[in-house]
Design a protein around this ligand. Sequence first.
Ligand code: BG6
Length: 364
Amino acid sequence: DAGDHESFMHKEMSEQPTTARRVLSGRLDERFGTGHLGGLNLDPRDLRAIRRVKILGCGSAFYVGQMGATLLEELARVPADAEAASEFRYRNPIIEPETLYVAVSQSGETIDTLLAVQEIRRKGGRVIGLVNVVGSAIAREVDGGIYLHAGPEVAVASTKALTNMFLAFAMLAIQLGRVRDLSIADGRRLIAALNALPEQIEQVLATEDALAETARRLAGAESLFFVGRVRGYPVAREGAQKFKEISYRHAEAYQTSELKHGPLALVSPEVPTVAIVPDDELVERNVGALHEIDARGGPLVVVTHENVSVGDLDCERIVVPKSERELDPILLTIPLQLLAYHAALELGHDIDKPRNLAKSVTVE
Ligand code: BG6
């Protein structure tokens, strides 16, 4: 049972500092500033031969795959993208020998992801798995992988498994980077930042009361936007996903840069926006775009870092601890879990078992 917690989702969110430590444990090589992922079954020569990475998953696993693709491109400078596993396998995909395919799944049983893996392997492609459940169908089908060690996840909305998926991608990106052009200094810098993340996650969880208050206000809206750019965009997608899954409010994610190409038409005092604004090279453009929302009376919640100045923007700020730029997405994701959770609690929904959804979809 969920013990002292009112739901499994709450229990699982609160376990994240511990489960994050577990996925990193024994997999970081500080001396050479690299990852030490034994289960990949890829030697340095295999790693050097990879020309592209294709990531496949469903739901939250797909969105964290987008975060992973950005990490891989930034740290390893290998072209990478994520696609919904269900779409991939139905479009007669081109399977390339120099592409590394990555299947992402908490349960390891999601049928669309499993069948995508089988299609890739049938055509001679190489697949690794980022899987939580040991010995699951996907874990058995892949050529190698990274177990997530998050422990059993019961709530339909994935929290601790998703966080560990991100951390697994970070280690993979560092290891792939370090057999290429990522310097030892950069490798060490990222490893130090990875090791600091569990405690920083704890700091975000400690702000739960303030987040609950914001969530209760957001729960009153019928419709919300979640926006972000580049590293922040998959964060916005995952945030919107969580919010709609358990609060049953319409939540739509957009690239902040695309606001003026459509969604601004819907912005009004009744439609709040949750904006992801990290302290990065896009901060001024991000804040500029939010002024467009403010000018139309759209309520704003900005998930950001201490150093970011929003000027005279009328908004509520949620501040998370700063990591290295590339690793920021996971700390920006944690408050969105709590926003969704407390909105659903306020609305009196069954948090662990949202209507119409299953923890893992094992039939086509
Ligand atoms: C969905 C669940 O149906 O499956 C999501 O409701 C989950 O929460 C998705 O992200 C993928 O599941 P898995 O087990 O493959 O990660």
